[in-house]
Design a protein around this ligand. Structure first.
Ligand SMILES: Nc1ncnc2c1ncn2[C@@H]1O[C@H](COP(=O)(O)OP(=O)(O)O)[C@@H](O)[C@H]1O
Ligand SMILES: O=C(O)C[C@@H](O)[C@H](O)C(=O)COP(=O)(O)O
Length: 333
């Protein structure tokens, strides 16, 4: 049985780096945003959601990020503390930057979209001086997220964090999290994603995100070739998510596992990936077999997409286990 090694002599389990933003989820479902009259505010940002999910599962979580010097920034910091996330790596912007906003539109359970306001956002103002080597040295794993590579100085901060992680044998997990609105063009995205992915131990992304990243090789749709490419660098595990068709994971020793999904009453589809990642990481950190970790992630994803929020909806271990008592997995035919 394959399992990923983590350094045990660390005070924290998972430190995320990148986007801390606000989700404004439409209160009126099954209609376009033009007709929405109210939204509910939640902490958001893919890496933040994953760190929150990990903390809700009992992992000791921390975060390296930058928040705006206003009510939204203070709201984010307060929420992280209330959810047992260490905020010593979170700094406050002093340039007048604002908090990124993610307006979500729920036209139907299958037709959801996100409108992101990303101009002059504090999260992309994170700079190398905000990244502490000592802070990274104390964690078993570092979670990086693709959107933090979209602009300087955040880009340089992430690469410095990567260097510190490699220096101190911190396991690096790369959640690809591709958001086109944050990038100038796909070529630039692919270059920076490749430079980061080459240093990572675990890479998690959708088929489409891997296709974007591998556009110079044109591996399109070939999961096995994708995994083989990344095993040629530092990767130990490559997970390719296929939405409602489930996921597949490959390990460097040549094994692969598929996981189906747990059918659920879908309210909105976004949040699935963040929930999957947090619970999958929890399984890896507990030394579980790959398939068990994948199914735990799939169960978490099903719970979150049946609810209105992402961060708030992240389940506890007890909630996932209760869900698994009655849920049945549906394998892709
Ligand atoms: N409609 C769905 N019903 C049940 N589970 C789902 C559904 N969509 C996604 N999932 C689960 O969430 C995981 C991640 O979803 P996916 O859409 O692939 O990633 P992302 O949300 O990052 O785009 C999937 O591998 C699957 O396990
Ligand atoms: O990442 C963002 O800025 C938006 C998220 O906060 C939002 O909850 C979302 O899109 C979740 O993304 P997913 O889990 O990758 O579907």
């Amino acid at each position: 049985m394959y399992h990923l090694d983590f350094r045990s002599d660390r005070s924290m389990d998972l430190v995320g780096i990148g986007r801390l933003c606000i989700d404004l989820n439409a209160d009126q479902f099954n209609r376009p945003m033009e007709e929405t009259t109210s939204f509910t505010k939640y902490v958001g940002g893919s890496p933040a959601n994953i760190a929150i999910g990990a903390a809700r599962l009992g992992l000791k979580s921390g975060f390296i990020g930058k928040v705006s010097d206003d009510q939204m920034g203070r709201y984010i910091q307060k929420y992280l503390k209330e959810n047992q996330i260490d905020v010593n790596g979170v700094s406050v912007d002093d340039t007048g930057a604002v908090t990124g906003l993610a307006f979500t539109e729920i036209k139907s359970p299958e037709d959801c979209s996100i409108l992101m306001y990303r101009d002059n956002v504090a999260d992309l103002k994170l700079n190398p001086s905000n990244v502490s080597e000592e802070y990274i040295q104390q964690t078993k794993a570092l979670l990086i997220s693709g959107t933090a590579l979209a602009a300087s100085p955040s880009r340089e901060a992430v690469f410095l964090a990567l260097d510190y992680a490699k220096k101190h044998e911190v396991t690096v997990i790369f959640d690809l999290d591709y958001r086109a609105y944050t990038w100038k063009n796909e070529q630039e995205t692919a270059v920076y994603y490749n430079l980061a992915a080459e240093k990572c131990d675990v890479i998690i992304g959708t088929r489409e995100e891997f296709d974007m990243m591998e556009q110079f090789e044109n591996y399109s749709q070939d999961d096995h070739r994708t995994a083989k490419k990344w095993f040629g660098y530092c990767a130990e595990i490559v997970v390719i998510k296929h939405g409602s068709e489930g996921s597949i994971a490959y390990t460097k020793d040549g094994q692969s596992e598929r996981s189906g999904i747990f059918p659920t009453k879908v309210l909105k589809t976004f949040g699935a990936g963040d929930a999957y990642a947090s619970s999958f990481i929890y399984g890896l950190m507990n030394g579980w077999e790959l398939k068990k970790a994948m199914e735990f992630g799939s169960a978490s994803a099903s719970i979150v997409i049946s609810k209105h929020s992402c961060s708030d909806a992240m389940p506890t271990v007890a909630e996932i286990n209760e869900f698994l008592q009655t849920a049945s997995i549906s394998e892709k035919q």
